[in-house]
Design a protein around this ligand. Sequence first.
Ligand code: 13P
Length: 254
Amino acid sequence: MRKKIIAGNWKMNKSFDEGMALVSELSNMIKDEYHGSAEVVIIPPSLYINSISRMTADFANISSGAQNCSNHSSGAYTGEISASMVKSCGGKYIIIGHSERRQYFGETNDWLAKKVDAVLTESLNPIYCVGETLEERESNVHFNVLKAQISEGLFHLSAEQMANVVVAYEPVWAIGTGKTASTEQAQEVHAFIRNLLREKYNETVADHLTIQYGGSVKADNAVELFSAPDIDGALVGGAALQSRSFADIVKAMA
Ligand code: 13P
């Protein structure tokens, strides 16, 4: 059985107090209402990871993580955060290559491959994001784009290392637009990604890989998305900013 993971990416939202209130409400909702086995991952601005990991320490299926990290382990890189710092604050997952990082901060597949290494060196789990733009989908090059993102960012890893990687498929045109990919579109891409892993590694690696979908996931489309055989959870943006809407997505996994 593959691990199912529902992660909430807060992006650059919430004050510290707002964030703590959200985590407190959310953890109580999950404790009372959710009896499934999916892991719930809270991915706040990095400043809050330590407080959140302490707050949720007693909740076996809730963990936390960061939205980005440096490819360096330490040193004179003003403003950067290393994977080991995330780990020392209790974080377990680090998003690598979110489309907003690729788009606004110029992160390339080669650079992201080094960040993936930095995360794995600390025995944390990268959530490696891939996804095509609307233009790429409309000109029918999306599978080539996805293949390059996967192969250039991940294929230097060994099969053993791949076991600790999570992939998130987030079509850029579905992020924050309210326009989610149809379950068929998402399933098609997830199966495509799994097949790339099968060709490069083996059946076990492919079958073990958790592939999340992200892009306007809400409670009312989550049930259908999660029913697809290759969709193993969600990377949620907007709907993770409110405890009720995020807890309802978690419940959709049950
Ligand atoms: P939305 O759920 O707001 O579309 O954001 C998705 C996302 O980018 C999560 O990383």
